[in-house]
Design a protein around this ligand. Structure first.
Ligand SMILES: *Cc1c(COP(=O)(O)O)cnc(C)c1O
Length: 444
């Protein structure tokens, strides 16, 4: 390979032989598509083909690609200060993004830990909860409770609170901490809490509260583990149980935060407050990795009273200025408020255009909330095969497990969205309705 080729052609053979992609094998490779640029809601492939993006690059790119405001903010930051260590040093980008996070989130959340990725934000949240109870002289509170079908990331502590069956528990054995699982919320979004959810919550807290430091949950939408929406009343009951039994509530808004479900944060559907909140994905508008964990004064004070006296975490690239500048620009775009109307319009259109799919024999259910549209199939789908069909139709939609879903940028046009929903229905119809054998499925 001539190295000079690198700028002009995509060396697929090198990629295949040397580069891991998410959840892939280096011996049985699946096709990848070379992207050379992206603008608005479109990705341009090396072939020149243009695809409408239905995924927002794993739910992060909410304002679309190459947005001039975010690009300008990053270019300016890059020329001034791309990175500096955060130990003993502070800088304007970290302060600006943190000011916005404190102002946008519920009043109780006052302290910000800037983390490098969503999984790390979850690790930080879990560590905070454990150190908090050490500081409150309840060292027995060491376990984490969560619901089934959750997804919280790929690092070890995050894996321990992912769904125990669909997640990665068994394959890593004792390296994954055994946490406490309760049934996933069964009451659908918009409905009053059913008796079985109430009973499951009450039983779990009554049984385990002495050992439990915190409950972690994705509010309203279970993302990569289930692609489904549950009742806000579940969160209200959960908050009440946490208060009654002295358990911290960690809300993982990494997928739902910044407008995706029709509220800025999904917990706003339930009018509850978290003790600890994780955000990520859309925080920078999808331009560069950044996440954050916010906590209350009470949690921060408990950590200070713990034997360590300090919070025990501090990565090399903590508070990276370039990422903070991107996040500040993205949050300012959100604060202008157009997202609300955009997400409402996407929701209305998705409901109209996906409804007919629910009559297909291959389809189990169609679900829409905010800028999320899900077709749950009866059978597990072949991601690579469907991926190819979607590319041929000129769209980028990446199904996984039984889910063919859309989470488009909020800036998508009505015409672009129609192309996406038509492609979804066309591909759903083309799928064989006979059962297939299941294999290990990831969110990749
Ligand atoms: C994606 C996701 C994570 C993990 O974030 P990464 O940036 O991929 O580490 C954690 N929690 C939820 C709810 C997510 O959707």
């Amino acid at each position: 390979m001539a190295l000079s080729d690198a700028n002009t052609t995509i060396d697929y053979a090198f990629d295949q032989q040397h580069i891991w992609h998410p959840y892939t094998s280096m011996t049985q490779s699946l096709p990848v598509y070379g992207v050379v640029s992206a603008q608005g809601c479109e990705l341009t492939l090396d072939s020149g083909k243009v695809l409408i993006d239905g995924t927002s690059s794993w739910w992060s790119c909410v304002h679309g690609y190459s947005h001039p405001t975010i690009v300008a903010a990053m270019q300016q930051q890059l020329s001034q200060l791309s990175h500096v260590m955060f130990g003993g040093i502070t800088h304007l980008p970290a302060i600006e993004v943190s000011k916005r996070l404190v102002a946008m989130t519920s009043p109780q959340l006052t302290k910000v830990f800037l983390a490098d990725s969503g999984s790390i934000a979850v690790e930080v949240a879990l560590k905070m909860a454990l150190q908090y109870w050490q500081g409150r002289n309840k060292p027995a509170k060491q376990r984490i409770m969560t619901v089934k079908s959750g997804y919280h990331g790929d690092t070890f502590a995050a894996m321990s609170v992912c769904d125990p069956d669909g997640g990665m528990h068994t394959m890593f054995g004792n390296n994954v901490t055994q946490q406490i699982f309760i049934p996933s919320p069964s009451t659908p979004f918009g409905e009053p809490l059913n008796q079985s959810d109430i009973a499951a919550l009450e039983l779990a807290f009554a049984t385990h509260h002495q050992d439990v430091a915190a409950v972690i949950i994705e509010p309203i939408m279970q993302g990569a583990g289930a692609m489904r929406f549950y009742s806000a009343a579940y969160l209200q009951k959960l908050r009440q149980q946490c208060d009654e039994y002295q358990v911290l509530l960690i809300l993982d808004e990494i997928a739902t935060g910044f407008g995706r479900t029709g509220k800025c944060f999904a917990y706003e559907h339930a009018n509850i407050e978290a003790d600890i909140l994780c955000v990520g994905k859309a925080l920078t508008g999808g331009y560069i990795s950044l996440a954050a964990t916010l906590c209350s004064d009470e949690v921060a004070n408990g950590i200070s009273d713990s034997p360590a006296g300090v919070f025990m975490h501090g990565p090399t690239f903590m508070g990276n200025p370039l990422a903070c500048a991107a996040a500040t620009a993205s949050l300012d775009l959100l604060l202008q408020g157009d997202w609300q109307q955009q997400v409402n319009a996407i929701e209305t259109q998705l409901k109209q255009e996906l409804a007919s799919a629910s009559n297909l024999p291959q389809v189990r259910e169609v679900r829409v909330l905010g800028a999320v549209g899900v077709i749950e199939m009866v059978n597990t789908v072949n991601t690579a095969q469907l991926q190819q069909a979607f590319v041929e139709l000129g769209v980028w939609i990446r199904p996984f497990n039984k889910y063919i879903y859309l989470m488009p940028p909020y800036t998508i046009s009505a015409e672009q969205l129609t192309k996406l929903t038509l492609a979804m229905i066309t591909v759903a119809k083309s799928i064989d309705a006979t059962p297939v054998t299941t294999q290990f499925i990831s969110h990749g």
